[in-house]
Every structure is written in structure tokens, then in C-alpha cells.
Design a protein around this ligand. Sequence first.
Ligand code: LER
Ligand code: MN
Length: 273
Amino acid sequence: MVRSCVTISLVDEARGGPFVFWDDLEAGCRAASELGFDAVELFLPAPEAVDDDTLSALLEKYKLQVGAFGTGAGWVIHKKQICDPDPTAREAAKTFIKSIIDKGGKYNAPAIIGSMQGRSGGNVDHETAMSYLRTALNELGDYAAQYNVPLIYEPLNRYETNLVNTIADGVALLKTLETDNVVLLADLFHMNIEEFDVPQAIRDGKGTIGHIHFVDSTRQACTRGHFDFDAITAAIRDIDYDGYLSAEAFPVPDPRETARLTIETIRKYFPKN
Ligand code: LER
Ligand code: MN
């Protein structure tokens, strides 16, 4: 069953980024719950930014799950990436991601690797960068398995990485891994830039897509762009997707309206019985 999710960012350095609710975890959870979301996707500056008792109490109070924890703060605040030329820095990047995986383990929530993947360039040629990426995904995928959750890897558009830009390249990458515990994140915003045909790319990702950033072509809420959600949701249904549709969107015109339009679109195509 498809489940609904909305982002909450507590990362000051990510301001201006595509997150719906900001700064106040309880206010975000309250709004998510009032609007009928199943879960929240959390962007924390570091795992200890929210203590476990506080988070557990909020989830219980507002009847929410955590859909996933983002690791983007590892890049925007701590400047750690898994393709760094310096081996010590690569290890530090993996250590940060492990700390987010540990945090998620308490909530049955996977971690997402997006901007922390980095890119090739400078002293790191493409093949070397891909080998660093594979090494990290193997290690971190196996690490996440102790919590019975996958590790989520996100192809990004060409302006954010030059490693993996499409779902097809993501599928090919997964085939080269030793671990079977990594899934792909299909972010419709990145796909709008990189894919020939977004619904077909979703179909081609069948069996590998474990999380979806559900957003319109403008990176605003569904209906505030030119996507054909009839076609996109038909593809999501065709692949028997049963993960989260998560609103990672600019809060335009405001956070609540962004969340409302997202859940309205989710409910239109995936009504609750
Ligand atoms: C994160 O989910 C994402 O989509 C990236 O664009 C953030 O840099
Ligand atoms: Mn995304």
C-alpha cells in the first residue's frame, strides 16, 4: 500500500531548499497529522539534534511514522562526501551516514544518500568515484540490514552529481553491488530533468524503487507544475509500489498549502479504503 509522507527540515544551512515544514518539529508533526499524512521524512543537522524520547513521544501523539531520515546535513553542514579524494574524509562521511542509519533503526526508518554521494572531478576520475560509491553502498547497505531496513540511494540531476542521473543508471549500479540491501529513490524533480519519459523510467525501475519524492516538475507541490499525474501514478501502480510518496517540495505558497496539495493528489489516485 502506498503511504503518504511529508518533509520536515531542522537544518538551518539548507534554508531555501525543497522542504515543506521547517524549524519546529512538533508544529510540522501536528500539521502532518491534521492533514492525514502517514509519516514524516526528517532532515536533522545530526542524529542527536532530536532526542529519542522526544521524537518517540511526538510520533505517538500525532500517530505518525518516520518515512526516512535524510543525510544531506552531512554535506551542507559538515562538508562530508563519500567520493572525497581523502580516505579519512571518506571514512568520516560513512561514519556520519552510519549515525543516521542508527538513528533510523530506532524507528524502522531507512536513511537516504543524496547529496552526500558527491561527484567525480579534480583528483577523482569517474571510475574511481564510482568505485568509492560502490564501496560505500556495499558497506552501508549491509550496515542498515541489522535494522531490517534498506539503504536508499538517490540519483540526482546533472547539476548536483555526475555519478548517477537516471533511474536506469541507478538500476545498473545496483546490479554491480554485492549487497542486495540498497534501493533507489525516484525523485520526480530530478527525473523531470534527466529522463526521456518519467512514467516509463518508473516502470523500468520496478523492483528497485523503494522511496519516491512526490513533487511536480517545478519542485513545488503536485498540481503546481506540468506533470501528468494520471500517467505517473499509473506507472507507480504498475510497479506494485508500496513505499512512501514523500513531499520534498518548495513550500510555495506556504508549507501547509504545499502539504495539502500533496495529500490531496495522493488521495485522488490512491484512496484509502
Ligand atoms: C535530496 O532528496 C535531493 O533531492 C537533493 O536535490 C538535495 O540536494
Ligand atoms: Mn530528493
